[in-house]
Design a protein around this ligand. Structure first.
Ligand code: MG
Length: 193
């Protein structure tokens, strides 16, 4: 199994210039590994990191755009798989932190646990490639190719579960700059209007 922070560190090491988008639980994990100059965006709209990431990838075709999504989060926004498959941004890497639970709300099993085939859904939706990993060494080894080859790429990581106490989640650490600060900062850094 893979610790989500290890996967995040691997991405930052391999491409420090990558634009990173974060969904739900990954937002708090990224607080532990992010630096002051990182271009990241904690997507505050539940489940919408994949949709926002698609837009950023289309607008910034010369940069790698990496989404850290949750499996419960993706199930709330499954249609984004099809839209990404259709739009097919070659610079998009959609990483699914798969743990079979809604970690942010207490660890309830997600509907696809033990039955659904999320990697298969990515293939059916038209991603250029779909990869699954259950150890960080193999993921880190393959990451240069993942970031350099034409996507969109769907990467499903067998991820260690970190259940958040839902009653206390607002007190968990966040990246130092949240959505309202980071969204305009990213827009400025990327030359947008
Ligand atoms: Mg999950």
């Amino acid at each position: 199994m893979i610790e989500m922070r290890d996967a995040m560190r691997a991405v930052k090491t391999e491409d420090p210039e990558a634009i990173v988008l974060l969904a739900e639980t990954s937002t708090m994990a990224f607080a532990d590994i992010s630096g002051p100059d990182d271009l990241y965006l904690p997507v505050g709209s539940m489940s919408k990191a994949s949709s926002v990431g698609l837009g950023v990838a289309l607008a910034q075709p010369d940069k790698n755009v990496v989404i850290f999504d949750g499996d419960g989060s993706l199930l709330m926004n499954l249609g984004s798989l099809v839209t990404i498959g259709k739009q097919a941004p070659t610079n998009l890497v959609h990483i699914l932190l798969a743990n079979d639970v809604y970690a942010l709300t207490g660890g309830q099993p997600i509907p696809s646990a033990d039955r659904g085939d999320l990697p298969g859904m990515g293939k059916a939706a038209g991603y250029a490639s779909v990869l699954t990993f259950d150890n960080i060494e193999q993921f880190a080894s393959d990451l240069p190719a993942i970031l350099n080859e034409d996507g969109p790429t769907f990467v499903v990581l067998d991820t260690v579960t970190e259940v958040t106490n839902a009653a206390d989640w607002k007190n968990y650490p966040r990246p130092p700059k949240g959505w309202k600060v980071q969204a305009p900062a990213m827009r400025d850094a990327l030359g947008g209007e």
